[in-house]
Design a binder for this molecule. Structure first.
Ligand code: ZN
Length: 186
């Protein structure tokens, strides 16, 4: 749980720090708004996907399941600026599958905290391996980092791609190739 009082105080100081008057008309509600907003965008701090990934259905086959283009928004821990994009999550079931919305929900939980993209990619893969226990997991994230596009090197539209492979996807290059093939079907 975030401490909304602290965030309110910090937001006021931040406004003063950039030379603003936090008491002027347009800014009066801003610290309060930021405190509520941070409660929402950091709501995944304590979650791990265990609950979501435990609602499973038995299946016979073990064909790849791919949920692609899961939109996510996260915050980079180096600049406290958003990075956002798409997550693609695939797994090979080992006798059970999970509702598709639960994969998106798992992405959301790991996005709703301070992150770096590479760690988030690995955490999603590890959570699915641990709680759903499939034969393998492959996660790919592609994201635009506003700390690179609106400041610094200013390369609008540039994307950072990261992947994490576990189980059969880590062991077998052909499985990774199948993931990329399925990803590019539309
Ligand atoms: Zn950054």
């Amino acid at each position: 749980m975030v401490d909304q009082n602290k965030i309110r105080e910090a937001a006021r100081l931040l406004l003063e720090g950039i030379g603003e008057d936090p008491d002027r008309e347009g800014l009066k509600e801003t610290p309060e708004r930021i405190a509520r907003m941070y409660g929402e965008i950091f709501s995944g701090m304590d979650g791990d996907g265990r609950e979501e990934l435990s609602k499973v259905f038995a299946v016979e086959n073990s064909e790849m399941v791919l949920e692609k283009d899961i939109t996510f928004y996260s915050m980079c821990e180096h600049h406290l600026l958003p990075f956002y994009g798409k997550a693609h999550v695939a797994y090979i079931p080992d006798g059970r599958v999970v509702g598709l919305s639960k994969l998106a929900r798992t992405v959301e939980i790991y996005a709703a905290r301070l992150q770096i993209q590479e760690r988030m990619t690995g955490q999603i893969a590890d959570a699915i391996m641990e709680y759903l226990a499939p034969k393998g997991v492959m996660v790919a994230l592609e994201a635009e980092h506003t700390c690179m596009t609106m400041r610094g090197v200013k390369k609008p539209g540039s994307k950072t791609v990261s992947t994490a492979a576990r189980g059969v996807f880590a062991q077998d290059e052909k499985m990774r190739d199948r993931f990329y093939q399925m990803l590019h079907l539309s």
